[in-house]
Structure formats: C-alpha cells, structure tokens
Design a protein around this ligand. Structure first.
Ligand code: PLP
Length: 375
C-alpha cells in the first residue's frame, strides 16, 4: 500500500518531534514528583512553571490563569459543572446545538440534576448568531458556552460579539476552543472571556493533556479534590512530560501561525479547485470564516461511511458526518442542526488538512475520490 495520507487532523494530530524530545527527560531521568521539597523535584517543578508561562503567552493570558487538565473533555466538564453547582440560585447554562458532545452530554447530566440548560439554534451556515443569544439569554443565566470553531464543519463563531453581549447582561462566558488553539490567533484579553478550554493533541502535542484558562478573579468549584496541585482546584500529581510537550507544541505552532494558516488555506483552495474540476456534485458545509483545513463535504446521494472505508482501503484517512448504528444511518447532530438535506448529509465526509499535508497529497485525495465517486 502507498504511504498513508492522514487527513483527519481535526480528530488528532501527529506529535511534534521537538515536543517529543522535550518530554523524554521527564519520563527517564527527571521523574521526581514536582510537589516534593527536595532538589530532585527542582527540574520538573521548573518545567511546569515555564510551560505555564509559555502557554499563557500563546493565548495572551497570565500564567496564574492557566490550569492543566487531561484535555478538552475535562476542561469543558469542569467549567460547566464547576460554575453551575457553585451558584445554586442561578445555575442556568445557555449553549447551542452544534457543540461537541463534551459540552452537550455534560449539559444533559446537569439538566438531570434539575438545572435548566437552554440550547440556541445555529443557523444553516453553522454559525451561532448574536440574535440567537439575545432571544435565549434570560436573567436566570449564569454561564454562556459557545465553541470557538466547530469540529465537524470548521465554522468560526462570533465569540467576541457573543461574549460582550453575555457580559452586558452580567453573565459569564466560556468557549470550547479545542479546534482553534494553535490554528487561529487567540487573545483571551481582547476577547475578554472568562473560561477557555484547549487540548494538546489537536495542536501536535501529546494526548491526555490540555488546559483550562480561568480569568483571574473568576470563581469556580474544584474539579478534583486531593493534594493542592493547580491551586487546590485540580488535584493530582502533574503529568510533567505531557505538560512540557503541550507547551513546546503550542509555542511552535503559534510562532509559525501566519505561515501555517497561509499554507493550509492554500492546500484547502487547491483541494476544492481540483474537486470542482472532476465534475463530481458536492457541497461544502458551513459558510463564512473557517478554521484552516477543516473541509466538510457532502456528496449528494452517496454514502459517507462507504466513502470513508473506501478511502481507508486506499490509504486516505478522513472522518464522516454520518455513522451507522445497529439499525440505521444517523446524520451527525451538527449537520442536522444546520438542516443539511438528508440526501447530502448521508454522503458527508470531513477532510481536515494540516501543515504536515502536501499539495501532492491533496491531488492524490481528489484522484482517489474521483475513482470512488465516478463509477
Ligand atoms: N471539544 C471539541 C470541539 C473537540 O473537537 C474535541 C475533540 O474532538 C473535544 C472537545 C474533546 O477534547 P479531548 O479529546 O481533549 O477530550
């Protein structure tokens, strides 16, 4: 089989070689527990401090506003639970119907405990408009949570506008920025958000590590109780190697951000141009600004899962937007929310390109799609 073409970078990314190199001493030689007072803990303790500073700088935060977690899912769970149960009289959340399941399932569990959650509707372009928030935000709300970039269709949400409106009503604002951090510029000070979730494996860091930005002075309940790590809010011995790997990967991506964005956007344009030239009938889901490289394509009358498996057999890795459960093919909640017609939605794949893909690979992807779809 020819070399694998990995085009599922919104699912996870390749670990950066420098990140891997920076991590190794903390597995092999510098394995001291950073909480201990002796000299053998000095290196891991220093590494955590420096990683926190690096990460803070990458998103224009202060180091004491960065809390290490096990990834995006945990960061999202922490914000939603930790703000709702802190405030028993106003434990209401406003979110939307195209969020990742790490938000939606957490909201469902919060609802089961008797706290109201309101779900705004994204429009057919995959955008949560300010007018949706205006009509859903009541004086009972405590927190608004809207993702920065959608994982399935790549659309970028008007976070600053939504956050400003929530703040004008005295409501806190969280954004799940898992698909955005390391891929588009993020400035938490400019956005003035209260919480931001991020995950290292989406920006060439290791899996199982992420962070939550909590604006200085904002209150939240602890997520894990135990030792005093992360200022007593998220206890447990730190995953030093992963923290160092995350900081190294993020810093590298942020330093190269403009060049990466331009390169990936060019790859994207080329893919769409070549695909249009094949004569295959398709539509791209989601309008407006996209996170670079995230391309959701629907092929009318085709079967997305079949396309995924045939691409897989030919060495191309992508995702689908419709999956088969035991009885039927289910369209994803995002495509459903965007009201993508079923004959298109069922034939959806997500190609997510990164700085590690090449123009040659883009050409090969289109050629293979042509073989699969023009039969
Ligand atoms: N939020 C979004 C938007 C995501 O795309 C993902 C992962 O796909 C997550 C949250 C979950 O992140 P993690 O895999 O780090 O738990």
């Amino acid at each position: 089989m020819a070399r694998l073409i990995y085009a599922d970078n919104a699912a996870t990314t390749e670990l950066d070689a420098d990140a891997f190199k920076a991590m190794t001493p903390f597995f092999l030689t510098e394995y001291g527990n950073p909480s201990q007072p002796y000299s053998f803990a000095r290196m891991p303790k220093k590494a955590i401090k420096e990683a926190r500073e690096v990460i803070a700088k990458c998103i224009h935060a202060e180091p004491d506003e960065i809390y290490f977690t096990s990834g995006g899912t945990e960061s999202n769970n922490w914000v939603l639970n930790g703000t709702t149960y802190l405030n028993h009289t106003h434990g209401a959340i406003v979110t939307d119907n195209i969020e990742h399941h790490a938000i939606l399932r957490t909201c469902e569990s919060i609802e089961r405990r008797g706290y109201p959650v309101a779900y705004m509707f994204a429009d057919n372009d995959g955008i949560v408009q300010r007018k949706a928030l205006e009509s859903f935000l009541t004086n009972k709300a405590n927190l608004v949570s809207v993702m920065t970039a959608n994982n399935e269709v790549g659309t970028i949400q008007p976070i600053k506008e939504l956050c400003d409106f929530a703040h004008s009503k005295g409501v806190m604002f969280h954004t799940d920025a898992v698909q955005a951090v390391g891929h588009i510029p993020i400035d938490v000070k400019d956005l003035d958000i209260d919480f931001l979730s991020a995950s290292a494996h989406k920006f060439n860091g290791p899996k199982g590590i992420g962070f939550l930005y909590i604006k200085r002075g904002i209150k939240i309940l602890p997520y894990l109780c135990g030792g005093g790590q992360e200022k007593g809010l998220r206890a447990g011995t730190e995953n030093v190697a992963a923290i160092v790997g995350m900081a190294t990967a993020l810093q590298k991506n942020v330093i190269n951000l403009s060049a990466n964005i331009e390169y990936v956007r060019n790859l994207e344009t080329e893919l769409l141009k070549l695909l249009s030239q094949t004569g295959i009938e398709f539509k791209r889901n989601g309008a407006g600004e996209h996170v670079p490289g995230n391309i959701s394509l629907s092929f009318r009358g085709k079967d997305g899962e079949m396309i995924l498996h045939r691409l897989d057999l030919m060495g191309v890795i992508v995702s689908t937007g419709a999956a088969c459960d035991s009885k039927e093919i289910k369209v994803s909640h995002v495509l459903e929310a965007m009201k993508v017609p079923k004959e298109y939605a069922l034939g959806t794949i997500r190609i997510s390109l990164s700085k590690d893909n090449t123009f040659k690979e883009v050409e090969q992807i289109v050629n293979i799609l042509r073989q699969i779809l023009i039969t």
